[in-house]
Ligand binder design. Structure first.
Ligand code: ATP
Ligand code: MG
Length: 421
């Protein structure tokens, strides 16, 4: 029979990988909570309409990357390709945006039909932040302070840089779009194929074309910054001033446009040169028009998402994952003879008294030698041995697996204090 395999681009996360993931996830949770953000969770499946309406019909995601299918009721559903649209939908549905501000975070799998390669998967994971109800550059700055702190906590601050741009309001962008189209349409034959197609559908995306000829052509193209409205310019200047005051370095990249339709004003990416072509580890921006576009009241909003797999690759590349996280147990309990009940009871007492210790009971029988071999292989510092003698007297023997100390047979209460030091 043919062996069953996981779907291409959808990875298993094996036990050996878990410490890195847990290190990242717990560090992120600590940092975002220290800024007062609250967790939100929403489903993986949504109505296809949600993403079409929010992300935009002529984006890479909606045009060619979504996992969309009809369910048994012939309703078109889509595996979420990103979290922002879902978050807005959930907040609107539950009245979280009415007359209040929100600072939210979420994490989980996202799905995009892309060509799998290093740092690019079909099921990947994002940790996202969305904030609502705040229209000033202060909240944009807060998000960047938070990410900068996270990189420091994770030990990758030296490997990532911040790229920043402003897209202006949708009006000023429309104004710029016509200037850009006019310039590029006159030179259409010099554009790469993708960009030619985008000229009609999504001309701003041409700005981040990777094609060298197109890039050269763009050097003399009209600049977005010359078409900015006053309010967006002031917003951007204040954001930069806040970053300067906090000592956060950034580079203004006028070609940074981001792939989704809903952004306005501030957009940013944290990028690294250490992961090859998939170098963006965190990306986001302001999307003041989205809530209204999805049927809510006008609500300013700004957020970002981090690519978990890319961050893990970077942690591994820089070798900053603390050692010792992969060790699975501290104490291994060996039972010799008909003493299973007592061995379990001692283990439970250790877990109650010393909850920071990881305690594993030997299961599956075997002689003393075999059990001690397992104890050693487990990585535990201590073996607790319960034989029939110990069991009868309410005692346990503790053996120090990594120290050159003689083993001791103790009453269970004494054992607890011996393990504590
Ligand atoms: P890219 O230009 O690399 O395709 P994107 O603009 O499509 O990125 P976003 O939609 O902004 O990406 O998602 C935010 C982050 O999620 C990205 O910066 C990246 O770290 C991560 N990400 C996006 N798509 C994938 C994927 N297919 N596999 C792994 N990580 C991804
Ligand atoms: Mg993409």
């Amino acid at each position: 029979m043919k062996k069953l395999q996981a779907i291409r681009g959808m990875n298993d996360l094996l036990p050996g990988d878990s410490p890195a993931w847990q290190y990242l996830e717990s560090t992120v949770a600590d940092v975002v909570q220290s800024y007062g953000y609250q967790e939100i969770r929403f489903p993986i499946l949504e109505q296809t309409e949600l993403f079409k309406r929010s992300i935009g019909e002529v984006t890479d995601i909606v045009e060619k990357e979504m996992y969309t299918f009809n369910d048994r009721n012939n309703e078109s559903l889509t595996m979420r390709p990103e979290g922002t649209a879902c978050c807005v939908r959930a907040c609107e549905q539950h009245g979280l945006l009415y007359n209040q501000t929100q600072r939210l975070w979420y994490q989980g799998p996202m799905f995009r039909y892309e060509r799998p390669q290093k740092g690019r998967l079909r099921q990947f994971h994002q940790i996202g932040i969305e904030t609502f109800g705040m229209d000033g550059p202060d909240i944009d700055a807060e998000l960047l302070f938070m990410t900068a702190r996270l990189w420091k906590e994770l030990g990758i601050a030296d490997a990532v840089t911040l790229q920043l741009n402003t897209l202006g309001t949708s009006e000023s962008r429309a104004d710029y779009r016509s200037a850009l189209v006019e310039y590029l349409a006159a030179r259409k034959d010099q554009l790469d194929e993708d960009s030619q197609r985008r000229l009609d559908s999504n001309p701003l995306r041409i700005l981040d074309s990777k094609d060298p000829n197109t890039q050269a052509l763009l050097n003399d193209a009209p600049a977005l910054h010359d078409h900015l409205d006053e309010a967006s310019r002031a917003h951007f200047d204040q954001l930069k001033a806040l970053l300067d005051a906090a000592g956060i370095a950034y580079e203004v990249n006028p070609r940074l446009v981001r792939g989704l339709d809903y952004y306005s004003k501030t957009v940013f990416e944290w990028v690294t040169t250490k992961l090859g072509a998939q170098g963006t580890v965190c990306a986001g921006g302001r999307y003041d028009g989205l809530v209204e576009q999805m049927g809510g009241r006008p609500t300013p909003a700004v957020g970002f998402a981090m690519g978990v797999e890319r961050l893990i690759l970077l942690l591994q590349e820089l070798d900053v994952i603390p050692e010792g996280l992969s060790q699975s147990v501290d104490v291994y309990v060996v039972a010799m003879g008909d003493v299973q009940a007592q061995a379990f009871s001692v283990a439970e007492q250790v877990r109650s008294a010393l909850p920071h210790l990881r305690v594993m009971n030997h299961c599956g029988g075997g002689n003393f030698k075999k059990q001690m071999k397992k104890a050693d292989a487990s990585g535990a510092d201590f073996a607790i041995i319960i034989g029939e003698d110990e069991a009868a007297k309410g005692q346990a023997t503790v053996k120090f697996l990594r120290d050159d100390k003689p083993q001791q047979t103790l009453a269970v209460e004494e054992l607890l204090s011996a393990l504590q030091d």
